[in-house]
Design a protein. Sequence first.
Lengths: 186, 186
Amino acid sequence: MKEKEQKILDASLNLFVDKGFHGTSTAKIAENAGVATGTLFHYFKTKEELINCLYLSTKESMLNEINDNYDNKKDIKENLKNLWLKSVKFCTKNPQKFQFILIFQYSPYITSLTKKQIETQTECMIETYIKGIEKHEIKEISFEFAMDYFWGNITSTVNYFRKHPEELNEKTLDQVFELFWDGIST
Amino acid sequence: MKEKEQKILDASLNLFVDKGFHGTSTAKIAENAGVATGTLFHYFKTKEELINCLYLSTKESMLNEINDNYDNKKDIKENLKNLWLKSVKFCTKNPQKFQFILIFQYSPYITSLTKKQIETQTECMIETYIKGIEKHEIKEISFEFAMDYFWGNITSTVNYFRKHPEELNEKTLDQVFELFWDGIST
DNA sequence: TATTTATTAGATTGATTAGTCAATTTATTA
DNA sequence: TAATAAATTGACTAATCAATCTAATAAATA
């Protein structure tokens, strides 16, 4: 009955975002999931393993959405804009998942998962980056920095829209993307 | 003997960054500070108060350094570059403080301190922003978004240099600032 | 000097925690 | 159907936690 595993993950996401990792007891997670504590530890050996599993599944759901509808025949700016828009939209539509990724990323006590695994990149992004460099349309920066710049921009953009939801419309999104593009383009 | 208070704050900073808020017990803080637990609770009524005090003192030390040597007679780009450089340098020179500000900012269980208080801005930044808008040198965006864009850029820049310390030199800093400037300037 | 006040100590407390375990139910297979 | 395996339960435990309390000491004041 894998549905219980999913219910545990769902309950965890909401509790971790509201109360933090250590502020959320395994007993509370089990209660919210409608499950006994023993069941929780049947599916996840430790609390830490649960947190890591939740991170991986959350990241996966985000990447799946971002990779969707990618068309490598379009030009570089359009491809990048689509990746950027899909990222912003995923994060604003899934505030809990977005917040969880943030707190996980900066959380000091999740050491078991290698930091490498945390880096979020997709084939589409690598392809767009390489083409952008080849055609001299984006600045000559390393892929690693381009990624940090991209996610840093997504984070601050989404954080801004979270504080000012009335600004979230196509026109503002276009403006903010132009700001990002003006930075990274040659 | 206010030195004990400072020792408690110092020990807290290191432990919180290494082990997280809940991963760090008050007993451990007292031990690392060379102080009894009773002393800790003499200076800080609760653990939460200690965390908030540490955040305020950490933020203050950062803002002091950023505001230093500000010269409003220089032109906008130069002023902004100085603010940007001083921010990046403070964060790379004080990785513990930088990391603490990050984990505090995204921490869900610190609710007592209003979110407004968290926003980091200085007189210099407001002045530079206003002049930039007036002279049409920076794009017509709100101050709030400009701030989010600024700190998002600092964060991704410092995170990048943390992973690639060999890249931390004046030339790269100039390049990365140009990327930031190209985004925000008209 | 005598008295009060601030500081420091650490053992103690009651609550909470992650994780266990033996017992029971449900699903699978032979 | 019978036997085995997997899933589920929740009471339980040993450890750990933030915070308290009493007592002792140092500093300030009169």
